[in-house]
Design a binder for this molecule. Structure first.
Ligand SMILES: [Zn+2]
Length: 423
């Protein structure tokens, strides 16, 4: 281990280098690591793909940032710094940043571990750019006047993987293929899923559609998510050996915070206060009493069963919910459950002419004012209808293609357990 005594640990982060028409920060970061790999004593300890707050103002699709932890020999540090600086200068030229206000790249590096709070802030709420910049004293920042990328880059550096953190293998296309349709069929993905059960969110079974290949003109061929690095690697090798699947130019395995539910503040129970309001675009919302205050819960059309279940609620229903607070203060639901132990009171029994039977007072029976029939005082109950809604332990969730990268699928465990992990 003599080499280690002479080695420095370096955290490197990169974000905001892509634009909607081309490029992908994942591929740019891979280019960077390839250059760094020529440095003496270089070793990658961990590569990270980190997803951040879904409502961030400046975000790319999926709001992901890249980071890595490397070890390199102390003598090589000046070379490393020079390489990072040159790489950033070339990147700015390549991106034509001055002509393009969609990107504001930042490349950061640090010889000290960053405070994990920087990650938690950025995965759960809006980050103020000036505050963030001022909190990075020990970090070397390569950026331009517009440096939004430092939020994602620093947050990805500050994230700490844990044993349950997931993995994603990203395979990139040969440059000649970029822009053409990807050759990764739904049936091959289906077979891969059955052969490698430790991979997940590869397909949307409700639409029988593969989810691993993006539909944008970016350089990514596919991303395979899974519980272990071996699982994603084996699945990738199998896919590449399949003669109908497009061959990749290169690939890399990342540790990720996907499926962690880290963006969710916690699990809550609530009592429904109002009837659902259905808005244009098939969204729905209602007010509940939760955490000692009135909160508006919103479900979107894309929420699928969450939206369907919300629309069947009536005042008085007891529910459990998971979601995240949007900038307007409402909660955007990610999962929803009705407490089935309490039946709904729908009213007194009905008699002649659809008239409700009434009681003359306490200890008095119910009477029909038309036919004078008398019955013992009681309420009518009903159970909420859950037909047509798919539930796991009572919980509804969006379909796989509509779930956020950060969200834990119900089949992988109880949402309460994960949401309570850190509160
Ligand atoms: Zn009657």
């Amino acid at each position: 281990m003599a080499a280690q005594a002479n080695a420095s640990r370096v955290w490197i982060g990169l974000d905001d280098t892509d634009n909607p028409d081309s490029g992908c920060t994942t591929a740019t970061f891979d280019d960077l690591l390839k250059y760094i790999s020529h440095i003496d004593g270089f070793e990658i300890i961990e590569r990270r793909l980190v997803r951040l707050w879904p409502f961030a103002e400046r975000r790319t699709r999926g709001n992901g940032a890249l980071a890595c932890l490397i070890s390199c020999s102390k003598e090589s540090i000046p070379n490393l710094e020079k390489l990072l600086s040159n790489f950033f200068d070339e990147l700015v030229l390549d991106l034509n940043v001055e002509m393009n206000d969609m990107t504001s790249p930042a490349l950061l590096y640090s010889y000290e571990e960053l405070n994990e709070d920087l990650y938690w802030e950025a995965v759960r709420q809006k980050v103020n750019l000036n505050v963030r910049r001022n909190s990075l004293d020990s970090v070397k920042i390569l950026s331009l006047d517009s440096d939004w990328g430092l939020i994602g880059a620093s947050s990805a550096m500050a994230w700490k993987s844990i044993e349950s953190s997931t993995w994603e293998l990203i395979a990139w296309r040969f440059s000649d293929n970029i822009g053409s349709q990807r050759e990764v069929t739904s049936s091959v993905v289906k077979k891969m899923e059955s052969l490698f059960p430790d991979t997940f969110v590869n397909r949307d079974p409700t639409a029988d559609k593969g989810l691993i290949a993006p539909r944008t003109p970016c350089p990514v061929l596919y991303g395979i998510r899974g519980a272990t690095s071996q699982a994603v690697l084996s699945a990738h090798e199998w896919l590449q050996s399949n003669q109908d699947t497009e061959k990749c130019e290169r690939y890399a395995i990342h540790r990720t915070n996907q499926l962690s539910d880290d963006h969710i503040l916690g699990y809550s129970s609530a009592t429904v206060l109002t009837k659902p309001v259905e808005t244009k675009g098939a969204h729905s919302s209602l007010d509940v009493f939760s955490h000692g205050r009135k909160i508006t819960l919103v479900a979107f059309k894309e929420g699928g069963d969450v939206n369907r279940l919300l629309r069947r609620l009536i005042p008085g229903d007891r529910i459990n919910w998971l979601g995240l607070e949007s900038p307007d203060g409402s909660i955007h639901l990610e999962r929803l459950k009705v407490e089935s132990s309490l039946p709904r009171i729908i009213g007194r029994p009905i008699c002649c002419n659809d008239k409700t039977m009434r009681s003359a007072g306490s200890n008095q029976p119910l009477r029909c004012l038309s036919c004078q029939k008398i019955v013992e005082k009681h309420w009518l109950f009903e159970d909420i209808s859950l037909t047509g809604i798919e539930l796991v332990d009572g919980w509804a969730e969006p379909t796989a293609s509509q779930r956020r990268h950060l969200s834990k699928p119900l089949l992988l465990g109880s949402p309460i357990k994960f949401a309570n992990k850190v509160v």
